[in-house]
Design a protein around this ligand. Structure first.
Ligand code: NAG
Ligand code: NAG
Length: 499
């Protein structure tokens, strides 16, 4: 049996050392003298050559020696190489089987080459053994630095998070051989971002490194963290890669709203209708969005029933409005205590959201109101035969304003075209100006005007119903029918047909 076998002689393992054998270069393949048995345990094949990548020498790099037991050293046999890179990357000395690499090789480009070798008779060209396959494997050196999957990462974590809260994971890779040595064994460390964040050296998970007290968005919102990945398990001489991680603290409701003033003053005219606005008050909240939404309530004060407060959803202001009719003369000022609170509370920060109060003083402004009659209407009676100048009755009106302006009286002449009556301008007594006849009209309904002496635009009217009392000069039954006819068809004071 003349099977061509390859074996590294120094391994002492080849089952058939009498056949073609491999002689690896001891110094490089043995890695400083590792015992052959340990190589086996690591699964290395016997028919392999090892070659260090990135060889920097100027000569051809010696790989090893092939030897056949058909070669008796008499120059009859010739070694022949074929396969990947044969004749270009790898050359064999046809006389002695020495194998060389012609140029530097990069493991990360191609980790191993599959080659075949045989021996032939130099003279006849006859194959003396069948071809045998072997590999040339490149030994890794640490020629690649770690690379992060992103140049810049962005992460966020709620402010006030517990220490150790995970933020984001960063990952770096290393092109070197992960199966061999530590060239691809990475360790993460933080080179910027202390003391706020930390990174897990093995997983690249970034966590908060300070407690809730120190991670306050309202103090600082943005952080730039720089993470370094180092190969050679982080040892000296390892290669490094870095990445930037921009971390934002997101808002939680850790601040209550605060009034911008402790006392507010407003004025409102007493004539304001229910619902009319009195004024706006503002509170600030250092949080954002939903965490800054607030609402206002009236907590106490003598104006509690007189005013309302609502919240303007757009401006977040408290809008105070009138709820009941005001009267300067009755009560010229009110005080209310107003409370502001967030609409959405975080149970963790309830104690911090102490109730915030402000005092609001509201002055009611006096409005110049027209004179007020002491009755809504007046009924007066007068004998039909009363003399000119007779007193009919009297009306009375006063200015309700604080100024208590003088009032003067007059008769609305449109209601007394015939000038039957007169009113005393100073005291409101009504007198008869002309003699009356009850057959003309049983009622004289007039209107009296009360006007403020100093401000003629402030005036009011009161109806005065004057009834003439019969002194029995007509038959009652006839009078009733006749009267009805007059009332329906004639104006007051008009002389009717048949009278
Ligand atoms: C108002 O003044 C007139 C004239 O001085 C007088 O006759 C009348 O009695 C007075 N009326 C009242 C209610 O005082
Ligand atoms: C005047 O008022 C009285 C009482 O309201 C009413 O009965 C009468 O019809 C009125 N007369 C005229 C002429 O308006």
């Amino acid at each position: 049996m003349r099977t061509l076998l390859l074996a590294a002689t120094w391994l002492c393992l080849g089952p058939s050392l009498d056949a073609l054998s491999l002689g690896g270069r001891r110094t490089e393949a043995a890695d400083g003298g590792e015992k052959p048995l340990r190589r086996v345990r690591r699964g290395w094949m016997w028919n392999q050559f090892f070659l260090q990548e990135e060889y920097t020498g100027s000569d051809y790099q010696y790989i090893g020696k092939l030897q056949s037991d058909q070669d008796h050293g008499n120059g009859v046999v010739k070694y022949v190489l074929s396969g990947e890179g044969a004749g270009t990357v790898f050359v064999i000395d046809e006389n002695n089987g020495d194998l060389h690499a012609t140029r530097r090789l990069d493991r990360e480009e191609k980790a191993f080459y599959i080659l075949r070798a045989t021996v032939v008779n130099k003279r006849t060209g006859q194959k003396l053994e069948p071809e045998t396959e072997f590999t040339v494997k490149l030994h890794d050196i640490n020629d690649n630095e770690p690379h992060f999957s992103k140049e810049v990462y962005t992460g966020s974590v709620p402010e006030r998070s517990d220490i150790g809260t995970s933020v984001i994971q960063v990952t770096a890779t290393d092109a070197d051989d992960g199966m061999y040595g530590n060239s691809a064994k990475l360790v993460y460390s933080i080179s910027q971002g202390h003391p706020y964040f930390s990174v897990d050296p093995n997983t690249g998970v970034i966590r908060t490194a300070l407690g809730p007290r120190d991670m306050d968005r309202e103090q600082r919102e943005h952080y730039q963290v720089v993470i370094e990945a180092k190969d050679m398990a982080g040892q000296r001489g390892g290669l490094t890669g870095t990445t930037v991680v921009n971390i934002t603290l997101t808002d939680v409701n850790d601040n209550p709203p605060h009034f911008t003033q402790s006392i507010y003053q407003f004025r409102v005219p007493e004539s304001s209708r229910s619902g009319s606005p009195v004024g706006r008050i503002r509170a600030t909240d250092r949080d954002t969005g939903k965490n800054a939404e607030m609402y206002f309530t009236i907590a106490s004060g003598d104006g509690m029933d007189m005013f309302d407060i609502s919240t303007d959803r757009v401006t977040q202001e408290g809008v105070i409005s009138v709820s009941k009719p005001l009267d300067f003369e009755k009560k010229p000022s009110y005080t209310v205590e107003i409370q502001v609170q967030n609409t959405q509370l975080d149970p963790r920060f309830m104690s911090m959201s102490s109730k915030n109060m402000a005092t609001v003083r509201i002055g009611v402004e006096d409005v110049d109101e027209p004179p007020l009659f002491d009755k809504a209407s007046y009924l007066m009676e007068l004998k039909e035969d009363a003399e000119v100048g007779a007193a009919v009755g009297s009306v009375s009106a006063v200015d309700p304003d604080g100024a208590r302006s003088m009032v003067k009286y007059s008769i609305d002449r449109r209601t007394d075209m015939d000038r039957l009556f007169n009113v005393h301008p100073g005291n409101g007594s009504v007198f008869l100006l002309r003699r009356l006849d009850r057959e003309e009209a049983a009622w004289h309904n007039i209107s009296i005007i009360a006007t403020e002496f100093n401000n003629p635009r402030q005036s009011s009217h009161a109806p005065v119903f004057i009834r003439l009392l019969d002194i029995n000069d007509n038959a009652p039954a006839f009078a009733t029918v006749y009267e009805t006819f007059v009332c329906e068809r004639t104006k007051a004071g008009q002389v009717t047909a048949g009278s």
